[in-house]
Ligand binder design. Structure first.
Ligand SMILES: Nc1ncnc2c1ncn2[C@@H]1O[C@H](COP(=O)(O)OP(=O)(O)O)[C@@H](O)[C@H]1O
Ligand SMILES: [Mg+2]
Length: 353
């Protein structure tokens, strides 16, 4: 099957091997080995998940704009083969960056970054620092790309006020009669409603700018060097679009500095690792400090609370709606997920972050 797809891409040689690769949850990813006279070369082949990305053409236009821009910036900085250190698309024989197969599936290929590896969880202090550094340098490389150049592929994404409206609406309609089970959580949300607009209000006033941001800066989307552990790049660029840097920074810290994870079975064990937060922030500012405004930097600590609140109300609203968005593994899973995020938020508040 992969053979038929790959044939359409402009590649020297023949496919030797193709196997599933990585632990990504969204796209279908294969590592392909292509043999030619010059030796064996590796490539990533991916099928875009069209349940998540409803407009794959726009997603691919964004990925092309972003990867081309970053490669250009790296070339200008004297790096001759940027495809070894940043995601770089291959083209099909007719010059496109993707192939649509007979079933309507979208496929694209990247050069394989040989020297890199990704981890699902934070490996320690140095890794945390590099995660921050990778995110900062990704944003820096795109800080001279105007956000108007990109499609808004996920309208309303991270506009926390919208999620709060959706929660309010789910509470009003209460289609599964669950609202009475969540009295404590309703109170929790009520007391923190102002968090919902704490960041986005500053976009409206022009105090903080829209930039090009990643939008999914999870630990396993950060590639580090196999030998040195140093940050190489961010992968998984399908969600890149206009936004504020706080969405990225907050979400990165939220996911990385919660050692018990989003499904922590014991709520009392949920912790916010303030040390890891400081380390990620230090790494982030080492590279992002060069272009961020003073106001953007001031608002970084608030961003982790806003993003944690946001995810909590998204889980809670989905619980009220009858679990229509986040897939559950057991009844009450989304309620538990919301409680984990709210506990994490409490811990952040206690540590004054
Ligand atoms: N250019 C690349 N070079 C090497 N590995 C890659 C490259 N692109 C993606 N990967 C690997 O494939 C995994 C899944 O890709 P990703 O784009 O993150 O998809 P998903 O959206 O499913 O998470 C990544 O975590 C990484 O291990
Ligand atoms: Mg990924």
């Amino acid at each position: 099957m992969q053979e038929r797809i790959i044939r359409h891409f402009s590649l020297p040689g023949t496919l030797q091997r193709a196997e599933r690769f990585g632990s990504g949850l969204i796209n279908e990813t294969y590592l392909c080995e292509i043999a030619s006279d010059a030796g064996v070369r590796k490539y990533i082949l991916q099928r875009i998940n069209q349940h998540v990305f409803l407009h794959p053409k726009q997603v691919m236009a964004n990925v092309e704009t972003v990867t081309t821009h970053v490669q250009e910036r790296l070339r200008r900085a004297g790096i001759p083969d940027p495809e070894n250190t940043t995601p770089a698309l291959l083209r099909t024989r007719d010059g496109k960056t993707y192939l649509v197969d007979g079933k309507g599936d979208y496929w694209r290929m990247f050069h394989f970054i040989e020297s890199g590896e990704v981890f699902d969880t934070v490996q320690g202090e140095q890794h945390a620092f590099e995660i921050g550094r990778a995110l900062g340098s990704f944003q820096e490389l795109l800080s001279d790309l105007h956000p108007d150049q990109l499609h808004d592929t996920l309208p309303g994404f991270h506009y926390t006020g919208r999620y709060l409206d959706e929660f309010d609406q789910a509470l009003r309609t209460d289609p599964k009669n669950r609202s009475r089970e969540i009295m404590a959580e309703r109170e929790f949300v009520y007391r923190r409603r102002s968090l919902a607009t704490a960041l986005t209000d500053h976009i409206a006033t022009g105090e903080i700018p829209l930039r090009v941001v990643h939008n999914d800066p999870k630990v396993n989307n950060v590639m580090v060097h196999k030998g040195t552990g140093k940050a190489i790049c961010m992968v998984d660029l399908d969600t890149v679009k206009p936004g504020i840097v706080h969405f990225d920074f907050g979400d990165c810290v939220r996911s990385a500095a919660n050692p018990e994870g989003e499904d922590a079975p014991d709520l009392d064990a949920v912790r916010f690792d303030a040390g890891l937060y400081e380390t990620i922030k230090a790494g982030y500012l080492e590279t992002a400090g060069s272009f961020l405004t003073k106001r953007e930097i001031e608002l970084l600590p608030l961003s982790i609370q806003v993003i944690t609140f946001e995810l909590g109300i998204r889980f809670l609203a989905d619980y009220l709606r009858g679990d229509t968005y986040f897939r559950i593994r057991y009844p009450g899973h989304n309620l538990h997920r919301a409680r984990v995020q709210f506990k994490l938020l409490e811990r952040m508040e206690e540590s004054k972050k």
